[in-house]
Write a protein that binds this ligand. Structure first.
Ligand code: B12
Length: 219
C-alpha cells in the first residue's frame, strides 16, 4: 500500500504507464470507489496542490499528474459503465460554467455509477443554458453540480435557478471544495442537497427520490 506522498511522487515523477496502471488497478480492486476517492485520490490531489502552492513543483508537473489521474479514472470507469442500464435514476454530472476542476466531478460521476444510476458526465465548464437544455431534454431526475472556487459556487446559483425552471422535479445537489470552503454561501444556493462527501450525498439523494426510485446498488 502506497502512502499519499508516494502516490504523488509516482504521478509527478514516475513512469507514466506504471502510474496509470497502478492507480487503475487500485481503483478496480476497490469495490467502493467513493471511499477510495475520499480517502486516497482526493488527498493525493491535495498533496499535489500543496507542492504546487509552495513552488516545490510547477504547473506543468501538476498538469501531468492530474492528467494521469484522469486517465486512470477513465480506464476504471469503462469497466463499470454498464451497471446502471436499468436504473430509473438518470443523473447528469457537470462542473458549473467557468469551473475547470473536472476531476472532482468525474469522481462524483463514478461514485454515482457505482450506486447503479444511469450517469451522463458533461465535464468541465458547462454553460448554464446548455446544462439546462441538456437536463430537460434528457429528462434527468438528478443533477450533480461541482464547484471548487467562490466565483464558481456563485455560478451554481444561476444554474440551479435555470434548472428549477426547466426541470422542477429534478433533485439538484451541489458538492466540491467550494461548499467546504464557503458553507455560508453554499447554504443560500437553493440546492436540495449540499454535501461534499460522496456517499453521504448520494444516499441523501436516494432518500429524496424515495424507495420506489432507488435502484439496487452496483457491486
Ligand atoms: C488539479 C488542480 C487544478 C487543475 C484541474 C484539473 C482537473 N482536470 O480537474 C487546473 C490546472 C485546471 C486548475 C485550475 C485552477 N485552480 Co486549481 N487546483 C487543483 C488541485 C491541485 C487539485 C484539484 C483536485 O483534483 N482535487 C481533488 C478533488 C477530488 O477534491 P475535491 O474538489 O474536494 O472533490 C471531492 C469532493 O469535494 C467531492 N465532490 C466534488 N464535486 C462534487 C460534486 C457533488 C455533487 C458531490 C456530491 C461531491 C463532489 O468529491 C471529490 C472526491 O472526494 C487543487 C488543490 C486542492 N486542495 O484540491 C487546486 C485548487 C482547487 N485550485 C485553485 C485555484 C485557485 C485554481 C485557479 C484559479 C488557478 C489560476 N490562477 O488559474 C484555476 C481555476 C480554474 C477554474 N476556473 O476553475 C485553488 C482554489 C482555491 C479557492 N477555493 O478558491 C486550489 C485549492 C489550490 C490552492 N491551494 O490555491 N486547478
Amino acid at each position: 500500500m502506497r502512502t499519499v506522498g508516494e502516490w504523488a511522487d509516482l504521478l509527478l515523477e514516475g513512469d507514466p504507464e506504471e502510474a496509470v496502471e497502478a492507480l487503475r488497478d487500485a481503483l478496480t480492486r476497490h469495490g467502493d470507489r467513493a471511499t477510495f476517492f475520499e480517502e486516497t485520490v482526493a488527498p493525493i490531489q491535495r498533496e499535489i496542490g500543496e507542492r504546487w502552492a509552495s513552488n516545490a513543483i510547477g504547473v506543468a508537473d501538476e498538469h501531468r499528474a492530474s492528467n494521469l489521474v484522469a486517465e486512470a479514472l477513465a480506464h476504471a470507469a469503462a469497466t463499470r459503465r454498464s451497471i446502471g442500464g436499468q436504473s430509473r435514476v438518470r443523473a447528469v454530472v457537470a462542473c458549473v460554467e467557468g469551473e475547470l476542476h473536472a476531476l472532482a466531478a468525474r469522481m462524483a460521476a463514478d461514485a454515482a455509477i457505482d450506486y447503479g444510476w444511469r450517469v451522463t458526465f458533461l465535464g468541465a465548464n458547462v454553460p448554464t443554458r446548455e446544462l439546462a437544455r441538456y437536463v430537460a431534454q434528457s429528462k434527468a431526475n438528478v443533477v450533480l453540480l461541482s464547484a471548487a472556487t467562490l466565483p464558481n459556487l456563485r455560478q451554481a446559483r444561476h444554474a440551479i435557478e435555470r434548472l428549477r425552471e426547466v426541470a422542477p422535479d429534478a433533485v439538484v445537489a451541489v458538492g466540491g471544495r467550494g461548499i467546504v470552503a464557503y458553507p455560508e454561501v453554499a447554504r443560500t444556493l437553493g440546492a436540495d442537497v449540499i454535501e461534499s462527501d460522496l456517499n453521504a450525498a448520494l444516499e441523501a439523494i436516494e432518500e429524496r427520490l424515495g424507495p420506489s426510485l432507488a435502484p439496487e446498488r452496483g457491486s
